[in-house]
Design a protein. Structure first.
Length: 182
């Protein structure tokens, strides 16, 4: 298994990873997606680390833009055909290398990026061929805690999970209200 101690950037796909992969169109032409609150809390935990976050997806969605703003995701790229090229731009901007990246994707459009990162992951519902090439397969489906499970796995392997939880709980006890961005 790859060394997770060097992970400084967590990259995620959206549909089938942060959401369940279903796209709902209303009669007025609006699009909606469902996101798991448990994934949001996991991403909130990363604020207590030096791990940056990015979402790179082939689709464009106002719902995703809003979710990423709420969760303070560091980078959001939508309508992307070449995810590897976008990650190269992010790495350059952060002075990081591929050895510092983890990515969770769920299908063939994520294949090249899954092959390139230091640590690759996929949700439970991914095709078997994708599961065969990744380092980590979540027990959870996309949009139902797969991202949270991966985040906890990384933090535990880095040996900082307990400290992050203490810091998170300390923040909750000192704030006057709950974090709405989960």
């Amino acid at each position: 298994m790859n060394n997770l101690n060097n992970i400084k950037l967590l990259i995620m796909d959206c549909d089938g990873v942060l959401s369940d992969g279903k796209v709902i169109y209303t009669e007025k032409g609006w699009e909606s997606k469902a996101f798991a609150v448990s994934d949001g809390l996991g991403l909130s935990l990363l604020r207590f680390t030096d791990i940056k976050t990015a979402v790179i997806t082939g689709r464009n969605s106002q719902a995703l833009k809003r979710r990423c703003q709420d969760l303070e995701i560091d980078f959001l790229f939508q309508g992307v055909k070449d995810k590897v090229a976008v990650v190269e731009e992010i790495l350059e901007s952060l002075s990081l290398k591929w050895e510092n990246t983890a990515f969770i994707g769920d299908d063939w459009n994520d294949y090249h990026l899954l092959q390139k990162v230091a640590f690759s992951a996929t949700p439970h519902q991914a095709p078997e061929e994708i599961k065969e090439v990744v380092d980590f397969i979540s027990k959870n489906r996309g949009g139902d805690g797969a991202v949270r499970e991966l985040i906890e796995h990384i933090l535990k392997k880095q040996g900082i999970f307990d400290d992050v939880i203490k810091r998170f709980l300390g923040q909750l006890s000192t704030s006057n209200h709950a974090d709405k961005n989960v």
